[in-house]
Design a protein around this ligand. Structure first.
Ligand code: URA
Length: 383
């Protein structure tokens, strides 16, 4: 890894190595050593000067996945410290940093000193991943993309866990998405979850993973500001049930692994209480203020950017049988030039749709709306 970063090992050699791993796999020990080499390729964050148990979270990515926006303040409202260095959008799924950056004033690039000081003061900080964090992952990921070696469990595990281990938290909670909208399903998703946990534990971390469904977007909103609003609504107790379910499960895992609850079920009940009593929302407002945004956004959405909108009307009646998540993510990307661009679903899988009824509302710049509406029709399969 060091040799590849310095140029001593060439791209041809590294490609041959990655392709060999892609085809033949690696055992757990090998995956662990590759992970550690990647983690140590840059800065290893030392959070030991911060009191309390430090928690980090990762999602393998899904359309409409705004879980971090809820998880971070929810877990911090229990007195744990949520420390997250987050990436930007990967493929058709949005990145947390992009979503936070759409909030006026919110600063995503905190210096190390600012990051640490905010963790001490507020108990939650999310900052963009710097070049110094696991730099080997960045170049290896780009190479894997070019040589079609992304979908390999040992390579995914080393990529994800190297960043998490370098991030310095004690507890790591991983949301492994499974389903048509995820990049792995069924047995493969389970195997990925097991390996992530095992390798993290070998590195001395307390790790837990949950496999959550991604056959359709999580919640109703897809798009930066639209997702921020949906997350705030959930913190107010008015969020979609599927999103709430994932947030409570992951927070429950964090409480259990941090040792403040005996079981993950007890953790989940604790998370529900923190959501209901308003403490998680209060922590969200403190977090916003600490990173430069106006905390009043929780009560006043007019402080957030807004865009024009147009509905997608169904030409058929029937049941919504399928949603093409990948395509939906791509259409949302067309609208993403505006911070408030995106899509809000009116229907989810299994819902009845009448002819002439709205299936979704499309938000964005006027000239992008027509293009998006044209592309989005084939996303929804009604029969
Ligand atoms: N996410 C990552 O960070 N790395 C992978 O290899 C796949 C998903």
């Amino acid at each position: 890894m060091q040799g590849y970063l310095t140029g001593e090992v060439g791209e041809a050699e590294m490609s041959a190595f990655l392709m060999a791993v892609f085809i033949r796999g690696m055992n757990r020990d090998e995956t662990y050593h590759l992970t550690m080499a990647m983690a140590r390729s840059g800065e290893m964050l030392d959070l030991s000067q911060i009191e309390g148990i430090k928690v980090d979270k990762h999602s393998t990515g899904g359309v409409g996945d705004k879980v971090t926006l809820v998880f971070a303040p929810l877990v911090a409202s229990a007195g744990l410290v949520v420390s997250k260095l987050s990436g930007r959008a990967l493929g058709h799924t949005g990145g947390t940093v992009d979503k936070l950056e759409a909030i006026p004033g919110f600063r995503v690039s905190l210096s190390r000193e600012e990051f640490i000081s905010q963790l001490k003061k507020v108990g939650v900080a999310v900052s963009s991943q710097t070049e110094e964090l696991a730099p080997a992952d960045k170049v290896i990921y780009s190479l894997r993309n070019r040589i079609a070696c992304v979908e390999s469990i040992p390579l995914i595990v080393s990529s994800i866990m190297s960043k998490k281990i370098a991030g310095g938290a004690d507890v790591i909670v991983i949301d492994v998405k499974s389903g048509k909208g995820a990049f792995m399903s069924g047995e493969r998703a389970r195997e990925l979850a097991e390996e992530l946990v095992a390798v993290g534990e070998m590195a001395g971390k307390r790790v837990s993973a949950e496999i959550t469904p991604m056959d359709q977007p999580l919640g109703y909103a897809i798009g930066r500001v639209l997702e921020v609003k949906e997350a705030i609504n959930l913190l107010k107790g008015e969020g979609p049930a599927d999103l709430e379910d994932v947030c409570l499960s992951l927070a429950g895992l964090a409480f259990w692994k941090a040792g403040i609850c005996e079981t993950k079920e007890e953790g989940r009940r604790k998370a529900k209480k923190l959501l209901e009593c308003g403490k998680a929302l209060e922590k969200f407002a403190q977090w916003m203020e600490a990173q430069g945004a106006n905390p009043r956004i929780v009560d006043d959405f007019s402080l957030l950017p807004s865009a024009e909108c147009q509905p997608l009307i169904s030409k058929k009646e029937g049941i919504l049988k399928d949603i093409d998540c990948k395509k939906l993510g791509e259409v949302s990307h067309i609208l993403d030039v505006h911070p408030a661009g995106g899509i809000v679903l009116r229907k989810k899988l299994g819902d009845r749709v009448e002819k002439g009824e709205e299936i979704a509302m499309v938000y964005g710049e006027k000239e992008k709306l027509a293009q998006a509406l044209e592309n989005i029709e084939s996303v929804f399969f009604v029969e």
